[in-house]
Design a protein around this ligand. Structure first.
Ligand code: MN
Length: 316
């Protein structure tokens, strides 16, 4: 995904204060991606910049379409992060400056590690089901690893943890002793939990992690708190388990990780530490060859927005 900020200022993301076992609700805001897809952006928000190393969460769809491409994001650059693509319905085609060309379907994970720099495009393929529903996430890379060479990985299958009748697909990191094969650089957890029946289930957690949940579909309560749609619920650290009361057909995204502990700076598609790095990355996209090109993509690349580096704390 692209176009983090509609305005020109960078977003400063200090390490989160990890309070014990809170439930904070943070409504997502609507954002329009290049190409026109409207998303609900749950991270970063003014009151919650990160959950562990997770620093970005868009939820889009479900939607049905005829002709055309609901997702049509031309080539754009990234640094300092991993992009995590997870579909619930439909298809997306990823192409990048490493020469990757990969169709992704529900149940599969696309993971792009930007490191020191990569460019990619994402679009609805011409042969498609006419449906689209998914999430796009970013993971901030720790300072010691963020200057490594870029890579792209596709995982056709992911492990599943059962909690009662609920099925938790482990996208990243580890949940209840089950580990995703996806390449990670921090202590992290990401899962997609679906409920085929009404149930009350318990998931054991790593209490050193902070956690958050977002309702994707259906009806889910956490303790006696009914989850509203399009809202990120931040759960703090110090939890030994998560108890969910679910109705049949419900689905949530569940995120966690060790509190990140590094102050990051986000602007457009970049995760950096200093304004100078962001200025350089923007300049390299506009004028240099650092990010290569995406030969498999037909269409225009996305120009960088104008840059003024006044750190804006309350923009998300
Ligand atoms: Mn992107």
């Amino acid at each position: 995904m692209s176009d983090l900020m509609p305005t020109a200022d960078a977003l400063e993301c200090p390490p989160g204060v990890a309070s014990a076992a809170v439930i904070e609700s943070h409504p997502a805001r609507e954002a329009d991606l290049p190409g026109g897809l409207t998303v609900r952006r749950a991270l970063p928000r003014a009151g919650r910049r990160m959950v562990g190393p997770w620093c970005f969460l868009d939820h889009y769809g479900p939607l049905a379409f005829g002709a055309g491409k609901p997702m049509d994001i031309g080539p754009h650059p990234h640094i300092g992060l991993q992009t995590v693509t997870w579909l619930i319905e439909g298809e997306a085609l990823h192409t990048d400056s490493l020469g990757s060309e990969r169709l992704i379907r529900p149940g599969q994970l696309n993971l792009m590690t930007a490191g020191l720099g990569i460019s990619h495009a994402e679009e609805t393929p011409s042969r498609n089901s006419g449906r689209l529903h998914g999430v796009q996430l970013w993971v901030a890379l720790p300072d010691a690893r963020r200057h490594e060479s870029p890579s792209f990985d596709h995982y056709p299958e992911l492990p599943v943890v059962m909690a009662g009748t609920c099925r938790a697909v482990v996208l990243m990191g580890e949940l209840n002793g089950v580990r995703s094969p996806a390449k990670v650089y921090s202590r992290i957890m990401g899962a997609d939990i679906s409920a085929p029946a009404d149930d009350v289930v318990e998931l054991p957690l790593d209490p050193s992690f902070e956690h958050a949940v977002m309702l994707i579909d259906g009806h889910v309560a956490l303790a006696d708190r009914v989850l509203a749609p399009a809202t990120l619920y931040y759960l703090g650290t110090g939890r030994e388990e998560l108890t969910l009361a679910v109705k049949k057909g419900s689905r949530i995204v569940f995120l966690g990780g060790e509190p990140f502990g590094e102050r990051i700076l986000m602007w457009w598609n970049f995760v950096a530490r200093t304004p100078e790095e962001i200025r350089k990355a923007r300049d390299d996209w506009e004028h240099g060859d650092r990010f290569g090109s995406v030969p498999a993509h037909i269409g225009d690349r996305i120009p960088a927005p104008p840059l003024t580096l006044r750190a804006a704390r309350e923009q998300a």
